[in-house]
Design a protein around this ligand. Structure first.
Ligand code: FEO
Ligand code: CA
Ligand code: CA
Ligand code: CA
Length: 601
């Protein structure tokens, strides 16, 4: 068998093998349990979940559907946190029996609105069992945010004409958030969450008569006539022919303060509008805060935002109020990557160039700073609201679907999951480059970016690919130079996280190697750099999201368990987590060691 040497990375677990089980599979010596599932109570007066008798009123008090990002904000005292989950989208054919996509009922639509958004849930460690559990009768902070919760538009474009609607002539109050995918926890204890595939909720993009507005919508994928979910039948704001600006009010990074349950959540115009996967921040050495972001679409871009003001340490009211304003002003940049090997050495298979690395340099191209635009032909508010179109003008690098882009607080480098791009090299599309080296990229790659002098506010950087994912037996893969005979196969990296030792943890979405998705750990320093090991797999049809890596437990969001071909609520093919003949339910699960030692020991 394989020997797993002890190293400072502390990753001593035996890897989980690829499988297609309907279970969360964890390494030997570990155990797992469900923390909270779709429909479980969030608010104290939530009714008990009843799959066959759902109501919008009940859902608005219960844990929402398809939890993706998960973050923990510590509460004073030991072992208590506010757990914040994104509810990215609703899967109606799994939520309702006899679902008729052409004729949703008003109640079904309103259940879906309530199933979107975020949940804030107080959790604590149960010392006897080792489980992480929802705190009982301590629901002061618990909160549901849905598609009807008022948000405040903030930052330089907040009063834009492009954000005004008949229901909101101010342009500053938006109802709800949608398609919240990944996110991050800020040093000041708030949550940033990305509004990603917001385009799908808006109807009649093809019928918009203003050609400029129509083209702008199209760049965001807002096209067609009736929407998939038909929400426009029940609220005209989802019909672009009736409310042409409503779609401009989605596609933002939102900030939630879970420590203040009465706070109004914010949409940050300064961070631009695109299909935001998420946002993760680091305090640069000079005190300014830098947010890294991906626009998750084939051939779209990576961005960063640098604040004007400096982070104020501490948890005083004054410090928190200051820090909660940091993302209102600063500079928005888009990334351009240049390879250092001759283009002739990038053959599209993933074969390494002669210098042995996919690597090079890059620059952050400024798009706007507060009221000032750096993009010819675009006002600043146009840069912020139509960011994709503004970025197109400055020739940034077209990436293979940038998902999480997250700085390591240990080494200040930035790690980006480029999940896949099967269109790379198709007719009329860009071919292989050093930063996107595979044609028809099925398995994705992980990029490591180091800012000049490790200054996260710098405008130039160096980069290399840490992983070129896939089956390690495939010659077109790369595992940081590590012995490929020892690594776990990995495909479609989506979310990234770090443990306190600085190891990178990766969750996957869409594993193209015929195994369930899962979570992997990989050292980025030392002699085990690139030694990818699978830590867990999620149930069949599920996506592994959110991972939270605490010293002595791991949280995984299991999104859309059982979503496989031919399955539906009438024919569930997963029964996770409740077993028997039950319907699958998206849930957060916790994993810990039976001997209660640290994960990295
Ligand atoms: Fe919702 Fe980019 O994944
Ligand atoms: Ca090179
Ligand atoms: Ca994602
Ligand atoms: Ca994804």
């Amino acid at each position: 068998g394989l020997k797993f040497g002890r190293d400072r990375d502390g990753l001593n677990f035996e890897p989980v093998q690829p499988n297609t089980l309907d279970a969360v599979v964890v390494p030997k010596g570990y155990q797992q349990d469900v923390v909270i599932r779709w429909g479980d109570a969030v608010l104290s007066d939530a009714p008990k979940f009843d799959f066959d008798n759902q109501t919008a009123a009940a859902q608005a008090k219960q844990f929402g559907y398809n939890n993706d990002f998960c973050g923990l904000v510590p509460l004073p005292g030991w072992n208590r946190w506010l757990m914040v989950s994104n509810h990215e989208y609703s899967s109606e054919e799994f939520m309702f029996k006899n679902w008729d996509a052409n004729n949703p009922t008003e109640e079904q639509v309103k259940i879906a609105w309530a199933a979107h958004g975020l949940s804030v849930v107080q959790v604590e460690r149960d010392h006897r069992s080792g489980k992480l559990v929802v705190s009982k009768d301590k629901r002061r902070y618990n909160r549901r945010i849905t598609l009807t919760t008022p948000f405040e538009m903030r930052g330089p474009a907040a009063d834009s004409k492009y954000l005004k609607t008949s229901a909101d002539p101010s342009g500053k109050v938006v109802l709800g958030t949608q398609n919240n995918c990944a996110g991050g926890v800020t040093p000041w204890g708030t949550i940033l969450s990305g509004e990603e595939n917001f385009n799908q909720y808006f109807a009649n993009g093809d019928l918009v008569t203003d050609a400029t507005a129509k083209a702008r919508n199209a760049r965001y994928g807002i096209r067609g006539t009736a929407s998939t979910r038909k929400w426009e039948r029940f609220d005209k704001r989802f019909d672009l022919t009736q409310e042409p600006n409503e779609a401009n009010r989605f596609g933002w990074v939102v900030e939630i303060d879970p420590l203040d349950p009465t706070s109004t959540p914010v949409k940050h115009t300064a961070l631009g509008r695109f299909k935001h996967e998420g946002a993760n921040v680091i305090v640069a050495r000079n005190g300014r805060v830098v947010a890294y972001m991906g626009d998750d679409e084939r051939f779209d871009y990576m961005y960063k935002f640098v604040t004007d003001e400096c982070y104020m340490p501490g948890s005083s009211k004054r410090a928190r109020e200051h820090n909660k304003r940091l993302l209102d002003s600063g500079t928005l940049y888009v990334a351009k990557f240049t390879g250092d090997s001759p283009a002739s050495e990038i053959d599209g298979t993933g074969k390494l160039p002669s210098d042995g690395e996919f690597d090079g340099s890059g620059q952050w191209i400024p798009l706007a700073h507060n009221d000032r635009s750096f993009v010819p032909g675009f006002t600043a508010e146009e840069v912020y609201i139509f960011t994709r179109l503004a970025a197109d003008k400055v020739s940034p690098t077209k990436m293979d679907r940038p998902e999480d882009v997250e700085p390591s607080l240990r080494n200040r480098r930035v790690y980006a999951a480029l999940t896949n791009n099967t269109d790379r090299g198709k007719p009329g599309k860009e071919g292989a480059t050093e930063v996107s080296p595979r044609l028809g990229n099925k398995h994705g790659h992980v990029l490591e970016l180091e800012e000049r002098h490790s200054d996260n506010t710098a405008t130039t950087f160096s980069w290399k690919l840490l992983l070129v994912c896939g089956d390690p037996n495939d010659p077109g893969t790369y595992f940081g130079g590590y012995d490929k005979g020892q690594v776990s196969p990995i495909s479609c990296p989506d979310n990234v996280a770090f443990d306190s030792r600085g190891n990178l943890w990766i969750s996957t979405d869409g594993n193209a190697l015929k195994s369930n998705d899962g979570i992997f750990a990989v050292p980025v320093e030392g002699r085990h750099r690139g030694f990818v090991k699978q830590f867990l797999t999620v149930p069949i049809g599920g996506e592994a999201c959110g991972p939270v890596i605490e010293d002595d437990f791991v949280l995984v969001s299991v999104q859309h368990p059982g979503e496989i071909d031919g399955a539906s609520a009438n024919n569930p093919l997963s029964h996770w987590p409740d077993g028997g003949t039950s319907q699958p339910r998206p849930s957060v699960a916790v994993v810990w060691r039976k001997d209660r030692r640290k994960i990295c020991d």
